[in-house]
Design a protein around this ligand. Structure first.
Ligand SMILES: Nc1ncnc2c1ncn2[C@@H]1O[C@H](COP(=O)(O)OP(=O)(O)OP(=O)(O)O)[C@@H](O)[C@H]1O
Ligand SMILES: [Mg+2]
Length: 531
């Protein structure tokens, strides 16, 4: 979780500490986030500097840049630095700073810096070099001299005190951050509890259709009735079966799923009901069937529409009487199993054609759950997308990615013939294909989706703007182009932002802002894999 620097800077302890250290040593504190971005606004009207030198530096056009260079250097190595607080060299010769890492749970979340100071053994000649450097950078000689002479020359003991102070501040930042995180986690939990309607067990969806299903499932929680779940492929039939089982009084017992279409008739017979030794070639010992194994629990008969008429008779018997006959046995067995069945076939049509027994249909269809296709609940697509994205990113250990607006639009437009399963697979693919990028852009979408409703595709490619959509609003297209250019540029320049900013003809700060906005920084990814 990212630190809320604004609040941290306002903390009373930190303000106090800044004041003490500032007055003692004539230097200033500033805060840096986990990516090395400075959090203080030195240009703010009411900003007061303790250090005259710092004030003079920040009065220069490039003052901020010089400071950023220092910080960039610190951050190149900060994760390998063994000490929590250490001194660093700055843009100006013989001028030093001190930095304390902010680490929470082993994760670097930023740093607190104290700047600038000289060391007690600095010579007159060296001080002259500082002034010379400042003048070369375009500062007036009078100002340079005055600010250098006012800078404190710190003895090792004083630097030791400062180290302790900085340590306290960085500690405070970490502790406070942890407190806030805990509080936010609780708020999140609470809002989740309240907003429970968006999910039921593992089912996700806020659409009216899904809400009705949750409501129905809740009502039948403690019922023992047989349930028939119907829906297209990938609409979550198995998920519903599990939700039923794990919310029922049988939840401590087995949930067993059998795919009826995976066996031929004879095999299914023996799988479901078991067999006795010697009942057929290969039956070398007694074998328990699924009905017996699932005793006390729930048996999920998936693809029940694929069973033969003879099998249907046997199923009907077990459902009605709770007894069945293992293959080759002479005495029936009795079990207590709750049956949940599912199919993507239209059983009514099958009955009309004589392919499914009507009596069995009415026996299993005591309660009917009809799952809507994804097309019928388009409003659930965004939350399902977010859910699968979060899950995928967490599973593969990458920082949470984000869908570009255009990607989202395309996914909403697509008819999803494979329903939730197809959506889940597509997101898995996108997470992989987006590589180091935080933003999932539409150019990597499945070809089917890119082509769906896309009339301008060929034209775009003809213009050499591959991956940038020239349909839609100009603002969106420009944004996409910007993302594209920055992403490629960063790779080309080895993530050297100063260089890329120059190439693109924008300020370094401007580039950093855009990189942050679009989440294109590779350092984010590095952090997640623990570098
Ligand atoms: N409402 C939902 N919320 C979250 N995930 C879902 C939802 N519906 C389906 N899924 C996910 O989609 C995938 C397919 O679901 P499931 O296997 O339950 O579908 P099915 O209807 O049994 O499909 P098939 O007919 O192909 O067997 C699973 O990975 C499941 O987790
Ligand atoms: Mg299934």
């Amino acid at each position: 979780m990212i630190i809320d620097w604004k609040t941290i800077k306002e903390l009373h302890v930190n303000k106090k500490m800044e004041q003490i250290v500032g007055q003692w040593f004539d230097l200033d504190f500033f805060y840096v986030d986990e990516q090395g971005r400075i959090q203080n606004d030195f240009k703010a009207k009411d900003y007061t500097f303790f250090s005259h030198f710092f004030k003079v530096q920040m009065g220069h056009n490039y003052g901020q840049e010089w400071l950023e260079q220092d910080v960039e250097k610190i951050f190149e190595n900060i994760r390998n630095e063994g000490e929590m607080v250490f001194e660093y060299k700055t843009f100006f010769p013989h001028v030093h700073g001190m930095v304390a890492k902010v680490v929470v749970d082993g994760e670097l979340l930023g740093a607190v810096c104290a700047y600038p100071f000289l060391k007690n053994d600095v010579t007159e000649k060296e001080l002259g070099e500082v002034v010379k450097h400042m003048v070369e950078c375009g500062l007036s000689e009078v100002e340079a001299k005055a600010s250098v002479s006012k800078m404190r020359k710190l003895f090792p003991r004083e630097r030791g005190y400062m180290k302790e102070m900085l340590d306290i501040v960085s500690d405070e930042v970490g502790t406070f951050h942890e407190e806030i995180s805990k509080r936010e986690a609780r708020i999140h939990e609470l809002s989740h509890e309240v907003g429970n309607k968006y999910r039921y067990h593992n089912l996700i969806g806020k659409s009216k259709r899904m809400q009705q299903i949750y409501h129905l499932l809740q009502k039948i929680n403690s019922s023992e009735a047989t349930i028939l779940i119907q829906g297209e492929n990938g609409t979550g039939k198995e998920l519903v079966a599990k939700a039923i089982h794990y919310n029922s009084p049988r939840k401590e017992a087995v949930f067993l799923a059998v795919n009826c279409s995976a066996f031929n008739d004879n095999l299914l017979d023996s799988e479901l009901f078991g067999h006795v030794k010697g009942s057929f070639t290969g039956a070398i010992k007694d074998k328990k069937g699924f009905f017996e194994v699932a005793n006390g629990g729930t048996l999920f008969l998936d693809e029940i529409g694929d069973t033969s008429l003879t099998m249907q008779v046997k199923l009907l018997r077990v459902l009605q009487e709770g007894t069945f006959l293992p293959v080759g046995a002479t005495t029936p067995k009795k079990v207590n199993v709750r049956v949940v069945a599912a199919t993507n076939k239209n059983l009514k049509e099958m009955i009309a054609k004589g392919e499914f027994r009507e009596d069995l249909y009415y026996r299993i269809n005591v309660i009917n759950v009809q799952l809507p296709s994804l097309r019928e609940r388009v409003e659930d697509i965004p939350i399902l997308m977010d859910f699968f994205l979060e899950k995928r990113c967490a599973e593969s250990g990458v920082p949470l990615k984000q869908f570009a607006k255009k990607t989202m639009e395309k996914m909403l437009d697509y008819p999803w013939p494979g329903n939730v399963r197809e959506l889940e697979n597509e997101i898995e693919r996108l997470v992989v294909l987006s590589g180091d990028d935080k933003m999932i852009t539409p150019d990597i979408l499945n070809q089917r989706m890119i082509e769906h409703g896309e009339t301008g595709a060929a034209r775009e490619h003809g213009h050499g703007l591959k991956g940038v959509n020239t349909n839609g609003s100009l603002k969106d297209a420009l944004e996409e182009l910007e993302i594209h250019m920055i992403r490629e540029g960063l790779k080309r320049c080895g993530f050297n932002k100063s260089r890329l900013a120059k190439e693109l003809g924008i300020s370094r700060a401007g580039l950093i802002m855009k990189v942050e906005k679009y989440g294109l920084d590779k350092r984010l990814l590095k952090r997640a894999v623990g570098e």
